[in-house]
Write a protein that binds this ligand. Structure first.
Ligand SMILES: C[S@@+](CC[C@H](N)C(=O)[O-])C[C@H]1O[C@@H](n2cnc3c(N)ncnc32)[C@H](O)[C@@H]1O
Length: 290
């Protein structure tokens, strides 16, 4: 079980988030223990202060070292060998969040997420009590609460036993490389004149795997040219992955749980194409060519 503590000035923001979807599911399954703490509970003055004006002047307030360092140490222990949890400060100046970073965090035994507010935290907090800074993107939000939720959501779904079908992670975008996943379709076979690509209803799993691989590559090149060098080096890996998936399909594994919320009724995969479901005169999936 992974233990996650969140330090925030607005712990109430996390209530429904901890109860819902995969995070709630992981808690109920005993795979995750998670709590949000009010930083002001560690404040010692009667105003429960957590911020002060910046040295050198300037706009805004800065989160003071006390009570923040004390609160972090109460949850994670002192920085160093006796630390009980990895401390992550959410910051626009942190290392960019990535799938591989989430995978690493999901492997930790315990995490503490520190949510900043105002202009951020006094720099000495980072030196004394933070192990890692993570940014969720090159933009500035008012607080670290939503970034913490983004990281938690991203890592919880990677915990063993959380997703009904862990194989669905294997084929996702960014998994082990830089490939975006290709398009998805479900019922009905024709919606507002747009058909599901014929090949997906063919029942030919080898051809489906090849089509998906080609779609994923085309989509990566079209949408994320910055990822193309990584795509080229990861191409071989991606092919292996898709081939594996195709072989599984041939063994009769039709039932996909990809993205299914816990507790939702499982549906049978759409049937292979029948002649009568095809719309005459329309090219299936023509809008999805890379
Ligand atoms: C208004 S921001 C502070 C921005 C800071 N003055 C700067 O310019 O870098 C307040 C808090 O929101 C959180 N935050 C804002 N944007 C973020 C992002 N892109 N990623 C992670 N955390 C972010 C951090 O916890 C930060 O301490």
């Amino acid at each position: 079980m992974i233990r996650i503590d969140v330090l925030s000035l607005f712990p109430g923001l996390f209530g429904p988030f901890f109860e819902t979807a995969f995070v709630g599911h992981a808690r109920r399954q005993g795979l995750l223990s998670i709590a949000a703490h009010d930083l002001r509970d560690w404040a010692t003055d009667r105003h429960r202060s957590v911020d002060d004006s910046p040295y050198g002047g300037g706009a805004g307030m800065v989160m003071t070292p006390e009570p923040l360092v004390t609160a972090i140490e109460a949850l994670a222990g002192p920085k160093g060998a006796d630390r009980r949890a990895r401390v992550v400060y959410l910051s626009p100046q942190g290392a960019p969040l990535s799938q591989s970073r989430l995978e690493r965090l999901a492997g930790e035994e315990a995490l503490v997420f520190v949510c900043g507010r105002f202009e951020g935290v006094d720099e000495r907090v980072i030196e004394l009590a933070v192990d890692e800074e993570i940014s969720i993107g090159d933009y500035v939000l008012s607080g670290g609460d939503l970034p913490a939720m983004v990281v938690i959501e991203g890592l919880v779904r990677l915990l063993p036993g959380v997703l009904g079908n862990p194989e669905s992670i294997e084929t996702e975008s960014f998994r082990g490389g830089a490939l975006l996943e290709g398009p998805h379709y479900t019922r009905p076979p024709i919606y507002r004149g747009l058909s599901v690509p014929e090949i997906l209803r063919s029942g030919d799993h080898g051809a489906i795997a090849a089509w998906r691989s080609q779609q994923a590559e085309g989509r990566t090149i079209a949408r994320r040219p910055d990822l193309v060098p990584a795509l080229q080096s990861g191409r071989e890996q991606g092919r292996n992955r898709d081939t594996k998936q195709g072989q599984k399909g041939q063994e009769g594994e039709q039932d996909q749980e990809h993205g299914r919320e816990p507790g939702r009724k499982k549906r049978r995969a759409p049937e292979p194409a029948k002649e009568s479901t095809r719309e005459p005169g329309r090219e299936p999936g023509r809008d999805d060519a890379p």
